[in-house]
Design a protein around this ligand. Sequence first.
Ligand code: AOF
Ligand code: ZN
Length: 350
Amino acid sequence: MTTEEQFMARALELASRGLGAVSPNPLVGCVIVRDGKIIGEGWHQKHGKAHAEVNAVLDTGDESLVTGSDLYVTLEPCAHTGKTPPCADLLVRLKPRRVVIAHTDPNPLVSGKGIGKLTDAGIEVLNGVLESQARHLNRRFLRFMTDHRPYIILKWAQTADRLIARENLESKWISGTLSRALVHRWRAEEDAVLVGTRTAIHDNPLLTVRDWTGRNPVRIVVDRFLRLPQHLHLLDGAVRTIVYNVLRHEEKSHLLMVRLDENDFLSQLLGDLHRRDIQSVIVEGGAFTLQQFIDSGHWDEARIFESARTFGKGVNAPQLRGQKVDSARIGDDELSLWVPQRSTWHLVSR
Ligand code: AOF
Ligand code: ZN
């Protein structure tokens, strides 16, 4: 690794700490270097709060130290006044010698304009350091910005004979307790968790974060014809929940019924989530719902647990076309990570 890559790697590590707290903003980290030493570090910690650059400048304890320094930031500094003033203006005022960036910001309010402000002020800009790693870290934000839909993670647990439920649709006890805790962690990392009608009825899931600490994601259930019985946990109003259907629109504090056209239901659903600033969704079943995401090409990652047990008969696991990019042992289960064939995952060195 070059010196620039080492400092950028640190900035990326800082950026990753915002996962689950900054959406729909990107994960951004920043380090300020003087005479080869880090004198300030910061990251974007919470949506609506200070950007990474501001926190790193504050961390130096004396902003005059920033003048003449090398400042590393994982994303092009912003040029717009949003919830906070433009970071590019702050840097123009403080005049670091050089600003090292991983990649430009796809946000049309910023894209190229942040770098423009810096170079116009005579600050040297080096763009593209650890770009693949930074794009990977911000894959949710980038998908959301460029394709106007949330980043979609599919998750299921299957038996060794590739079944995800018994014949009576009972799907409990496939994966172990460690795998279940990991799923709760994943829920805390994403903006929303989605299930289909049959899963909502047969499993009566809570879809909350209980075996991990973190905030609950928005719950989403597809219930085209409003067949869900009112006593289900999903309709208890305890957590913000959206019921997508073709019949009725109604918004009661925590329970939103959103009516969509029957045609192109899934694309409309994703468009609606985009309008609601939901940047990522973890789809937890069942087989029919998962398969719809796969067949329409609307998925970015599949996280599949496989246990050693067999059911013999039951509901087949979804059929995935993609490439396996990683695997790990979680308790007694094998977890594998799949991405679509066209994914750029291979660019990330591990
Ligand atoms: C940066 N550093 O740490 C972040 C940036 O609503 P705001 O004011 O928080 O602005 C959000 C936009 O700013 C977001 O869409 C992205 O373009 C940029 N995020 N930029 O220089 C940061 N979080
Ligand atoms: Zn900013």
